[in-house]
Ligand binder design. Structure first.
Ligand code: PHE
Length: 445
């Protein structure tokens, strides 16, 4: 069996986890949904969902990971609850599932980096997207994106993931910040801010039944919860740092990047008079890309923008591959590079349908965020809060420096409100999945 690695520093773990959280979800889903669902008033709902539901859930994953120092499946055995391995196994499966199409979208981003250099999408953004999003080109770039993910994961925890994300996460924040300043200088920017952030309580209350489950689901997807990514990353923690402190930092930075992304894309769209009332792939690859065609220096700005999207997508994708690689090397006498290549190859194959037809991609995505992730979160919460119980409380307190009351609040929140919220999200998700509302062709990631 291989010697198990650890993070070199606490900051290394936090940045890797932020890298996992900050991804495509923050850049194209979050800003548009915020605007559509009531601006600042939606932000309040989202922050409550992220802190009240996402934070207790992320802590539950940290507890399993740090307590066991093992991958998502073996962790349950080590904690003395072999029968709960199915939760870990579901997580592993979800990791395969999500990465297969996430990588296809990563391929599109690579394509747009090239397209910015040559100005290829400037003339007819919608047609361009139609041409490159499915088919042999998409397949080839899906392979290139997967190869990049494999290279980082193969290099290991400290030398691969930690070093990469230490560079990537600050770059995402700095570059998005610079783009936000640039967007501020564009004429019409203030209308973009008004659309993004003005509170609209009427819109919020009129659609509360849709908005709350969306906010909760978005918090899970965006915080990479429900498929073992945070369990796996926490399993490489060496020592007793405050899990509360780490969790709050991650939730805060993740929301911050979403807001920053909104401060970039919405002024850009308004400056060009482009209707921002779309979300998903169309918003970024058609509307935002279209805006670059007309602004001064658009080619360079487009290049920088898609570079930042690529970095965000890569730092999330590596956490998805790490979940499965970690399981393989904990259990079999194989090397990390061998497994990264082999499992990366399997995931590439699973992504072939999504690369050939965006309808498949939309279907994979819908199933992941409406079904697999919430079910995974539910399993983890029931296990940690009800089945594991007292040792979980002990683990979450270790190194926190907080009073027992905080831990108990966490445990009881997880046992009650959080579980109820997850079940409600699942039920509502099911309704829209099977009774009406056709799954969006434009993937909601
Ligand atoms: N959190 C990532 C995003 O916002 C996606 C992701 C989901 C990554 C689940 C890992 C696990 O894009």
């Amino acid at each position: 069996m291989n010697e198990r690695e650890t993070w070199a520093t606490r900051a290394g773990f936090i940045l890797a986890a932020v890298g996992s959280a900050v991804g495509l979800g923050n850049i194209w889903q979050f800003p548009f949904k915020t605007a559509q669902f009531g601006g600042a008033s939606f932000l309040i709902v989202y922050v409550i969902a992220a802190l009240g539901i996402g934070l207790p859930a992320i802590l539950a994953e940290f507890v399993i990971g740090r307590r066991s120092n093992l991958n998502t499946i073996s962790a349950f055995e080590k904690l003395g609850h072999k029968n709960w391995r199915f939760v870990g196994a579901l997580g592993l499966f979800t990791g395969f599932w999500i990465l297969s199409y996430y990588s296809v979208v990563g391929g599109w981003v690579l394509r747009y980096i090239g397209g910015s250099l040559t100005g290829a999408y400037f003339g007819a953004p919608a047609e361009y997207f139609g041409q490159i999003s499915a088919g042999m080109d998409a397949l080839a770039l899906h392979a290139v994106f997967m190869a990049l993910v494999v290279v980082i994961v193969a290099a290991g925890i400290e030398d691969g993931i930690e070093k990469a994300t230490k560079l990537m996460v600050p770059s995402i924040i700095v570059i998005l910040g610079a783009l936000a300043i640039f967007a501020f200088t564009l004429p019409g920017a203030s209308e973009g801010y008004a659309y993004f952030l003005s509170p609209d309580f009427d819109a919020l209350f009129a659609n509360l039944g849709d908005i709350v489950p969306f906010a909760v689901g978005q918090a899970f997807f965006s915080l990479s919860l429900g498929m073992g990514a945070m369990i796996t990353y926490a399993s490489y923690i060496d020592g007793d740092q405050s899990l509360f402190g780490d969790g709050i930092t991650i939730v805060f930075l993740n929301s911050f990047v979403g807001i920053l992304a909104g401060l970039v894309v919405l002024p850009l769209l308004f400056a060009q008079g482009i209707d921002p009332n779309t979300s998903g792939a169309g918003a970024v690859f058609i509307s935002v890309a279209g805006a670059f065609a007309n602004i001064p220096g658009g080619q360079a700005i487009g290049l920088i923008f898609f570079l930042v999207v690529l970095i965000a997508a890569l730092s999330s994708a590596i956490s998805l591959l790490e979940v499965v690689v970690s399981w393989a090397i904990d259990n079999y006498d194989v090397t990390r590079p061998q497994m990264a290549i082999l499992l990366g190859g399997v995931i590439f194959l699973l992504g072939v349908p999504s690369a050939l037809d965006t309808a498949w991609l939309g279907w994979f995505d819908t199933l992941a965020y409406k079904f697999f992730l919430p079910v995974g979160v539910l399993g983890i919460l029931i296990f940690v809060a009800w089945v594991y119980g007292a040792p979980a409380l002990d683990e979450v307190m270790k190194g926190s420096g907080l009073g027992e009351g905080v831990g108990l609040t966490w445990l009881w929140l997880a046992r009650t409100l959080v579980i109820v919220a997850v079940v409600a999200t699942l039920v509502l998700g099911f309704q829209t999945l099977f009774l009406g509302e056709s799954p969006a062709i434009i993937p909601p990631i």
